[in-house]
Write a new protein. Structure first.
Lengths: 592, 317
């Protein structure tokens, strides 16, 4: 039904961004397009609906039944009618000034009445017809994504392209929306191209998975066959996904970072990070070789063994022992009051108590709105709690503002932080070396700054030459490692990490997590590790608290909480983790 | 319910602002150089009877707060006293002049909206094209051109040279007035067009980069819906804010244009009254100006309320 041949995307100066992508989608088939940032997966999607950014051009061919989609001047009757696009962020995708009903009525063909709007809402699982009168800002993220789906499907397109439709949602909602997409697609026998960075999501939801890397397709396989990948990059991706069921002794990532598509046009794009690369790999770009059910762009396929390495014995899960308490949070409450015409109160923390021992690592998990970030900010002294008490290293730090300046300086050296977004947490004007030296001087000892900078960089696995670079010359993972080095420079006893790998691609997550584990285990720095990702929490932390709406609903050893959750909310969280096994519906997997 | 509370609060705030202004305006008399009697006498012969009459009329023997209260209660009944120059009721003078100024200001404002919004919108959508650059450069010229210079140029080309429009006076009757006020309104509108067009362009560029526009296009919505319901409405808030400023300016700041075209409006009245120290008229003018600006702001707030459901439901942004 959709037949894409040799699709390319390039910018005005003919720098290649996507090169030679070919694939097919049949009616009722779900094809996953998987790749990390910079792989060109979103550009491929945009090209198919002719919505590339102004300065980009597409080439090649994409036929939907008998209609050519690329290079059309007139898209009437095609866009929305034949092929529709669902985007990532439900918070920005809908017109903030129009009601849900308006969105549907304007998208539906012909005259639409209330009954039809209600029917369309019911299709996406919204049974309350009153929702039609609501505005987007009155709805949750999951509801907005459902409304957007209903709007995208209003003209009954035969093909839906969904670009990371669940990435911005909480895990529990993510699962519901994926199931919904899947159900509607089956009911309508619609083609679905699901674009995602998450291999687990793609395997779970798709019949076939296409793996993209640096603008090119490197492997195409049925979901069921992905266990035995035929391209080293796919194998690397699979290895990089942390496990939620056991603690891995070593976290494996892929060394290096994704190159720009234009820099690897005439060679294997993955060769620089590949353990099996040989000189011939960089001589010319390997074509996608059809192997019947699958295809790979590795010229050494068949000759190398890509099966996952023998699983080393899982790490012994740590047992909780009595350690001196470093951080003690008692009955912390934080209420945000809005000032303005209509006063509102929002309770972010409703009485939270927890403690972190010296050298211990504690995970705080929860979805957005659970209060986990507010907790981190209170511990860091970035916000004053409404009531309760925070003690750090024997110092009452409930309110940093009320501390004497000597005590405040001491508290600030005791605790450091690593934030989520490595792109905005480093000052772009300073070199890495300058940033680290600045923190080192805060330690207040007489030390050889230069050699200390080198050893810090070594600690986080970066070459010493990086001291002369500015953040702009670093990848996301490298920036995050610099941010960690900066935090470690003052030798804190507690490191607060707020979603430290959430903004990173999965292949570089492992390197950052390894650095944090090292800081915890070898340097004995305690971690307060805030994350929504249970698998990541399992790899890094000893104990875990689960937060829900400002309260702690469950706590215990990380392994115990994840293996045998007791609170219904924790159970739901654990079940929502996309599992590594492929989904089992659809004809493609009958043979299993 | 919420809308009423919002309105109530805004009207209350407007009233408080006006009250503060009135106090400042009243202090003008006390603050002006020379004794109040001298000021109020103007060029009249200072006979003891007249001075006594003025003292009694303005209660100059009472303490300041009492005088203020007396004046304020008069103002509430639209009694601003009499002009020192002509001894006419200040209210009558203002009403006569306001007529011309309202016509001129609203005419200019309509011109601003008709030209600036489409120009800014189309420039914002066709970013970096020749059209966009043309609009941007013209807007820059418009902002920099002094209104009296534009006025003189218009006068010499369309008034004197081509003879299409009358060169002075305000005209009477609808058609005559429009023809008399066209050149002044254009001169007054030039700067406003430039400001509003630039705002509209910036707001449109901001909005067209948003996901909801892409998503609307991806659903195959017709172009007029995407431009109107999506782009225009979402860029309306900053545009309305700047349009409100321009309206307030057109109504109160037309002094130069009024003098260029010899129009008997509020601006020229202000110049005359200040130069002859006609304090009661200046007081009336100042209060009227403040009331106009506050009124325009109130209208802008109401537009926000009508346009943005988030303001309507959430109570402030």
């Amino acid at each position: 039904m959709l037949d894409v041949r040799d699709l390319t995307v390039h910018d005005g100066r003919s720098r290649v961004l996507v090169r030679g992508v070919s694939f097919r989608v049949g009616p009722g088939e779900t094809v996953g397009l998987v790749g990390e940032s910079g792989s060109g997966k979103s550009l491929t999607a945009r090209a198919l609906v002719s919505l590339l950014p102004q300065e980009l051009r597409s080439g090649g061919s994409a036929r939907l039944d008998d209609t050519e989609l690329l290079g059309r001047k007139d898209l009437r009757g095609v866009r929305g009618h034949r092929v529709a696009l669902l985007m990532q962020d439900p918070f920005t995708m809908l017109n903030p000034l129009a009601t849900v009903g308006t969105h549907l009525v304007e998208s539906l063909p012909g005259r639409a009445d209330r009954v039809e709007v209600a029917r369309r809402l019911a299709e996406v699982g919204i049974d309350d017809p009153a929702v039609a009168g609501r505005y987007p800002f009155q709805l949750s993220g999951g509801m907005r994504q459902r409304v957007a789906l209903a709007a995208a499907l209003a003209k009954d397109p035969g093909l839906l392209i969904a670009d990371e439709p669940t990435t911005a949602l909480d895990v529990t909602t993510q699962r519901d929306v994926l199931a919904l997409l899947r159900r509607i697609q089956t009911e309508r026998r619609m083609g679905l191209v699901l674009i995602t960075h998450d291999l687990r999501v793609a395997r779970q939801a798709c019949d076939r998975v296409l793996v993209m890397y640096a603008g090119a397709l490197v492997e195409s396989a049925r979901s069921a066959d992905l266990d035995a990948p035929a391209h080293p990059y796919t194998a690397g991706l699979l290895r990089s996904v942390p496990s939620v069921t056991h603690r891995q002794p070593v976290l494996l990532g892929i060394p290096g970072s994704v190159p720009a598509a234009a820099d690897v046009v005439d060679r294997c794009p993955f060769a620089d990070r590949c353990g099996w690369a040989e000189p011939a790999c960089t001589e010319h770009a390997p074509p996608l070789v059809d192997l019947g059910d699958r295809a790979t762009a590795c010229r050494r396929h068949g000759g190398i063994d890509l099966s996952p390495p023998e699983l080393a014995e899982p790490d012994a899960e740590p047992v909780g022992d009595a350690r001196a308490t470093l951080l003690d949070v008692a009955d912390l409450v934080k209420v945000y009051r809005s000032i303005g015409l209509r006063r509102t109160e929002h309770t972010a923390l409703a009485g939270v108590s927890l403690h972190v021992g010296e050298g211990e690592s504690l995970a705080v998990v929860g979805e957005s709105g659970s209060g986990k970030t507010t907790l981190a900010r209170a511990v860091l002294g970035l916000t004053d709690p409404t009531s309760g008490r925070i003690t750090l290293g024997g110092l009452d730090v409930t309110s940093y503002r009320r501390l004497r300046s000597a005590d405040r300086a001491r508290a600030r050296r005791l605790v450091q932080c690593v934030f989520q977004d490595p792109y905005s947490s480093l000052n772009p004007a300073h070199t890495v070396g300058y940033t680290l030296a600045e923190s080192l001087r805060r330690r207040g000892e007489d030390l050889d700054v230069e050699s200390e900078v080198d050893s810090l960089l070594d600690l986080v696995g970066l070459p010493a030459s990086y001291a002369g670079r500015r953040p702009v010359a670093l990848s996301g993972g490298q920036r995050q490692r610099v941010a960690i080095a900066r935090a470690l420079a003052v030798r804190p006893r507690l490191l607060v990490c707020d979603e430290p790998v959430a903004a990173l691609d999965v292949s570089v997550q492992a390197q950052v997590l390894e650095v944090l584990r090292k800081a915890n285990r070898e340097l004995g720095i305690a971690l307060l590790f805030i994350t929504h990702d249970l698998a990541v929490a399992r790899q890094v932390t000893d104990r875990m608290v689960v937060m829900h709406r400002g309260r702690i609903v469950e706590h215990g050893a990380t392994a115990d909480v994840l293996d045998a959750p007791t609170h219904p909310y924790t159970v739901r969280l654990v079940q929502s983790v996309p599992d590594a096994a492929p989904h089992t519906e659809g004809e493609a997997h009958v043979t299993q | 319910m919420f809308v009423l509370a919002f309105l109530g609060k805004r009207v209350l705030a407007a009233a408080v602002t006006l009250l503060v202004t009135s106090f400042l305006v009243f202090s003008l008399l006390a603050a002006s150089p020379g004794s109040p009697e001298q000021t109020l006498l103007g060029a009249r012969q200072p006979t003891p009877e007249l001075i006594a009459a003025l003292r009694a009329q303005h209660r100059l023997d009472d303490p300041f707060p009492v005088r203020y209260w007396h004046w304020l209660s008069g103002v509430l009944e639209l009694d601003f006293g009499r002009s020192v120059r002509s001894s006419r009721e200040v209210v009558d003078i203002l009403a006569e002049r306001l007529d011309v100024t309202l016509w001129l200001g609203l005419y200019a404002f309509v011109l601003v909206l008709l030209v600036a919004v489409p120009a800014g919108l189309s420039a914002g959508i066709r970013r970096d094209t020749a059209w966009d650059r043309g609009v941007t450069v013209t807007a820059l010229l418009g902002v920099s051109a002094p209104p009296f210079a534009v006025g003189l140029m218009l006068l010499s080309v369309f008034g004197v040279g081509l003879g299409w429009f009358p060169v002075f006076g305000a005209g009477s009757g609808f058609a005559d007035r429009i023809s008399h006020l066209t050149l002044p309104a254009v001169a007054l509108a030039v700067a406003g067009v430039a400001i509003v067009a630039r705002q509209t362009r910036a707001a449109t560029m901001d909005v067209t980069a948003k996901d909801f526009i892409t998503f609307a296009e991806a659903r195959g919505l017709p172009r007029r819906v995407v431009l109107g319901r999506y782009a225009l409405r979402n860029s309306a808030l900053p545009v309305i804010t700047s349009a409100g400023l321009v309206l307030a300016y057109s109504l109160t700041g037309a002094v130069l244009v009024e003098s260029t075209f010899a129009l008997p409006g509020l601006g020229s009245l202000l110049v005359e009254s200040v130069s002859t120290k006609d304090i009661p008229v200046v007081q009336g003018l100042a209060l009227l100006t403040a009331a106009l600006v506050i009124g325009v702001n109130l209208i802008v707030d109401l537009c926000y309320l009508g346009l943005d459901p988030r303001v309507r439901h959430a109570g402030g942004v």
